[in-house]
Design a protein around this ligand. Structure first.
Ligand SMILES: *Cc1c(COP(=O)(O)O)cnc(C)c1O
Length: 364
C-alpha cells in the first residue's frame, strides 16, 4: 500500500457475479469500481486527508465554485491486465506532469507525482479485480482511470477557490469503438473554434469539452463521428479533434502532426507515436499544417494516411473529411501505418512486447 492513504473499504462491494457480468460487457464509462481515491486541499492546510473510500455521490455545497465557474481539470489513463495477472499503466508521470500544467492554468493547486501515481496505486490495491482480463490479443478491455480536481469552496465571488478536492474514479471499459476499428468520419467546423492563443487549449479542463459539444452536435447532425478544429486566429491551421490529436502520413515516410502552440492538448499518445515513429522507419515532424495542405495532399497522393490518437480510442484511421464545402472520401487512405503503430503501442501496453523505454508502471 502506498504510504499516507487511509483505506476505508466498502461494506457493499459489487458481488463477484455482478462484477463479472459487467466486465464481460462493460461498454465505455457507464460502470464504476467499488472505491475512489480522494485528497483534499485548503489554502491553509495544503494537501491532506489522503484516503480511499467507497465509491459514491459527493456532497457539494450548491455554491461550490466548480458548479459556477468551471474551475476543474481532469486526466484519462488506463490500467491494463497482463497475461500473468499483474496490472500496469502507461507513462503515468506524463499524465502527472500534464495535470500540474492544467492546474497552473486553471489556478488550482499542483499535485505531486507521488500523490498522483500513489492515488492510482492505492485505488488499484483495492479494486484490481475490476481490471478486465483480455480474452485475446485483439481484446482491448482495460480499467479507465479518471483523476480529476474540483474547486469546492462555497463562494460566489470570482477568485481561485481556497478549497479543492482531488478524486480518482475507475471505470472498466471495452474497446472504444465496438464492433472493431472502423475509420472515423470527421466534420470540419466552420462556426466554432476550440481554443485561442492565451486560452486553455493546452489544459485538460472540463470547460474545453463543454465548449466543444455544440460543434460535436453539428458533426453528428452532418453524419460525422468527430469534429476537427482549425486555429482561431486564421481559421487555416489544423489543430485537433474534440478529444484526440491528429497525424498525417506522407508518401515519402514523413509523419506530420501539428506543433504544440498552446492551443493543442499535449497527448501522451501523440508523444509516444512521435517517439516510436523512427522504429517503423518514419520521420516524425511537428509543424503547422493547413487545411489546404491536407486537402491538396489527399488529391495529389502526397498524404497517404490520416489518423487520430488518444488514450481512449488508441489510434483510429480517419476515413472522411466533411464540411460545408463537401465531403472528401479518405477510406482508400485509411490504413497500414496507423494499424502498425497501433499494434506496437497495444503490444507494449498489454505486456506482449518488451518495454525498452521504461514506459510501463506496475499498479497491482
Ligand atoms: C486527452 C486529450 C487528448 C489525448 O491525449 P492522450 O494523453 O493521448 O490521451 C487529445 N486532445 C484532447 C483535447 C484531449 O483532452
Amino acid at each position: 500500500m502506498t504510504k499516507g492513504f487511509d483505506v476505508r473499504a466498502s461494506t457493499q462491494p459489487a458481488d463477484a457475479a455482478v462484477r463479472d457480468t459487467i466486465l464481460a460487457n462493460p461498454g465505455f464509462g457507464r460502470h464504476f469500481s467499488d472505491h475512489m481515491a480522494h485528497v483534499r486541499w485548503t489554502v491553509d492546510g495544503g494537501w491532506h486527508g489522503h484516503e480511499v473510500r467507497p465509491y459514491g455521490p459527493l456532497m457539494l455545497d450548491p455554491a461550490a465554485s466548480v458548479l459556477h465557474y468551471a474551475q476543474e481539470i481532469f486526466e484519462g489513463i488506463k490500467a491494463y491486465r497482463h497475461a500473468d495477472g499483474s496490472v500496469w499503466t502507461f507513462r503515468p508521470e506524463k499524465n502527472a506532469a500534464r495535470f500540474r500544467n492544467s492546474a497552473r492554468r486553471l489556478a488550482l493547486p499542483e499535485l505531486s507525482d507521488e500523490d498522483f501515481i500513489g492515488s492510482l496505486k492505492v485505488l488499484l490495491a483495492q479494486d484490481s479485480a475490476w481490471v478486465p482480463t483480455p480474452a485475446s490479443a485483439s481484446d482491448e478491455c482495460s480499467l479507465y482511470l479518471r483523476p480529476f480536481m474540483i474547486a469546492s469552496e462555497a463562494f460566489l465571488g470570482v477568485r481561485p477557490s481556497r478549497e479543492v478536492d482531488y478524486y480518482v474514479i475507475a471505470s472498466p471499459v471495452a474497446a472504444y469503438f465496438k464492433g472493431g476499428i472502423k475509420p472515423v468520419s470527421i466534420w470540419l467546423s466552420s462556426h466554432y473554434n476550440r481554443a485561442a492563443a492565451g486560452g486553455t487549449g493546452f489544459a485538460k479542463c472540463g470547460g474545453n469539452y463543454a465548449g466543444s459539444l455544440a460543434a460535436q452536435s453539428e458533426a453528428t447532425a452532418n453524419g460525422c463521428d468527430q469534429v476537427v478544429f482549425l486555429d482561431a486566429a486564421e481559421n487555416k491551421w489544423v489543430e485537433e479533434l474534440g478529444g484526440m490529436n491528429l497525424f498525417f502520413v506522407y508518401k515519402d515516410g514523413r509523419l506530420v502532426t501539428p506543433r504544440l502552440t498552446g492551443t493543442i492538448l499535449e497527448g501522451v499518445t501523440r508523444d509516444s507515436i512521435l517517439t516510436m515513429a523512427t522504429d517503423l522507419g518514419l520521420t516524425p515532424e511537428e509543424r503547422p499544417i493547413s487545411i489546404d495542405e491536407w486537402r491538396e495532399g489527399i488529391a495529389s497522393g502526397e498524404i497517404t494516411e490520416v489518423f487520430a490518437c488518444g488514450t481512449a480510442a488508441v489510434i483510429t484511421p480517419v476515413g472522411e473529411l466533411a464540411s460545408e464545402d463537401g465531403r472528401l472520401d479518405l477510406t482508400a487512405n485509411a490504413g497500414d501505418v496507423a494499424m502498425r503503430l497501433r499494434s506496437q503501442l497495444l503490444d507494449l501496453q498489454y505486456g506482449r512486447a518488451e518495454d525498452t523505454r521504461g514506459w510501463m508502471t506496475r499498479l497491482a
